[in-house]
Design a protein around this ligand. Structure first.
Ligand code: PEP
Length: 251
């Protein structure tokens, strides 16, 4: 039985005061949820230390949105996995489409980041997803399986026992367009079946989140799908009440 997981990606939003308040509001509403659902949020690097100190419990896990692949060195402006692990972070998002598209991250680099996160005993949330052009060309499965295979080849199938996958169609991120529950389920099933070819046990246990304009108005239907184990939520995670409503859909 896979426990549902909802993770908020706060992206580059919020002042110190705003993110403190947001976490506090989420913490006070999280009491309305059962322990059956795991929840987390990923603030910017600069807010992590403050939120670790300010939070009142670890009911809402904290993660990072990115990481450098090397543990230390002359990489001006970057942050390493051991540095994030020092703050007790639970997970790190790797391969978000904004990192792939805006910052030009390759599948290879993403696999190195995935390995770096695990070396520091945190859980990578590996994002895969196709663009609209790729979907329209009928390439969705080929694209997401290629993105997944590069990481399997580099890290090994066993690494997926301690990781989370997120299917995020690029055309649905921040656009208000959501994949239909059927469209999302189809891709989640393909991803799980692909992992099952190498390890049925790992495939059965790994959580595959859906991301792309998730909101409380569509989360019930999405999370009811057999292979959707929760959500990676961008915009809607910036409002405590809306985020907790989404979490309730998974409860
Ligand atoms: C995301 O950033 O991972 C995301 C899914 O964003 P949104 O929910 O805003 O589409």
């Amino acid at each position: 039985m896979r426990r549902k997981l909802i993770v908020g990606n706060w992206k580059m939003h919020g002042s110190q005061q705003q993110v403190r308040q947001l976490l506090q509001d989420m913490e006070s509403k999280a009491g309305e949820l059962s322990e059956d659902v795991e929840i987390g949020v990923c603030p910017t690097y600069v807010h992590i230390a403050d939120l670790v100190a300010a939070r009142s419990s670890d009911r809402i896990m904290l993660g990072a949105q990115n990481v450098h692949a090397e543990p230390e060195g002359a990489f001006t402006g970057e942050v390493s996995a051991p540095m994030l692990a020092d703050y007790g972070l639970h997970f790190v998002i790797v391969g978000h489409s904004e990192r792939r598209e805006i910052f030009g991250e390759s599948d290879q680099l993403i696999s190195e980041k995935f390995i770096a996160v695990q070396k520091s005993k945190m859980v990578p949330i590996l994002c895969v997803g196709e663009t609209l052009l790729q979907r329209e060309a009928g390439e969705t499965e080929e694209v997401v399986l290629r993105q997944l295979d590069v990481v399997i080849d580099a890290a090994g199938i066993e690494a997926f026992a301690d990781s989370v996958l997120a299917y995020e169609p690029v055309w649905a991120i921040g656009t208000g367009k959501t994949a239909s529950p059927e469209q999302a389920q189809q891709v989640h099933k393909v991803l799980r079946e692909h992992l099952a070819k190498q390890s049925p046990d790992i495939a059965g246990a790994v959580r595959i989140l859906y991301g792309g304009s998730v909101k409380s108005a569509n989360s019930d239907e999405l999370f009811a799908q057999a292979d959707i184990d929760g959500g990676l939520v961008g915009g809607a995670s910036l409002q405590a009440e809306e985020f907790i409503s989404i979490c309730k859909s998974a409860d």
